[in-house]
Design a protein around this ligand. Structure first.
Ligand code: 4NP
Length: 164
């Protein structure tokens, strides 16, 4: 079954949810990078990715124009509508990767304790180290380029560690 663009309900695909605060900068970029890398590996029929925000400020909007520009420069297209994290995300996704400590705490608050192990900081997988993906929202276009690089290498390592 495919519902609203989400097809994890069929139970065949491994699913990954990326979470930030506003769901206009970091997490939609992360989901697009994930889909791009998976497609390049020919594995897109085996995985599903989505993104959301812990905040409700931008529900229904598209991704930030600076997010779109930074991704486009790297050949990654983003199609996105903002949504907020909801309780059934913890039933529906196998992995929930969050951008920073504040979102980590806020995400755990919405989840039953038995789901907590599936929630991880995405930079756990950054081969260059680091703890948080800095929020580029109040930053420069260069900050969005840096966000792309952090996410790209973290997701590459996440895929090779956890999914392949
Ligand atoms: P994001 O960035 O969490 O990476 O989408 C932000 C976007 C919007 C806001 C904060 C962070 N805001 O306060 O509206």
């Amino acid at each position: 079954m495919v519902t609203g663009g989400r097809n994890y309900f069929c139970g065949m695909k491994k699913s990954v949810l990326f979470v930030c605060l506003g769901n206009i900068c970091r997490s939609p970029m992360a989901a697009a990078i994930f889909n791009h890398q998976i497609a390049k590996m020919g594995l897109d029929s085996a995985f599903f990715a989505d993104s959301c925000g812990t905040g409700d400020y931008h529900i229904g909007q598209g991704a930030d124009s600076r997010t779109l520009a930074a991704a486009e420069k790297q050949g990654v297209a983003i199609t996105h509508t903002v949504r907020q994290l909801q309780a059934d995300d913890f039933e529906n996704f196998d992995h929930i990767l969050v951008m920073d400590q504040q979102n980590y705490r806020n995400t755990l608050r919405v989840a039953d304790a038995h789901h907590h192990p599936k929630v991880e900081l995405i930079r756990t997988y950054d081969p260059d180290g680091g703890i948080e993906v800095p929020d580029p929202y109040y930053g420069t276009p260069q900050d969005f380029d840096e966000t792309f690089l952090i996410l790209n290498r973290s997701i590459q390592r996440f895929i090779s560690f956890r999914l392949t």
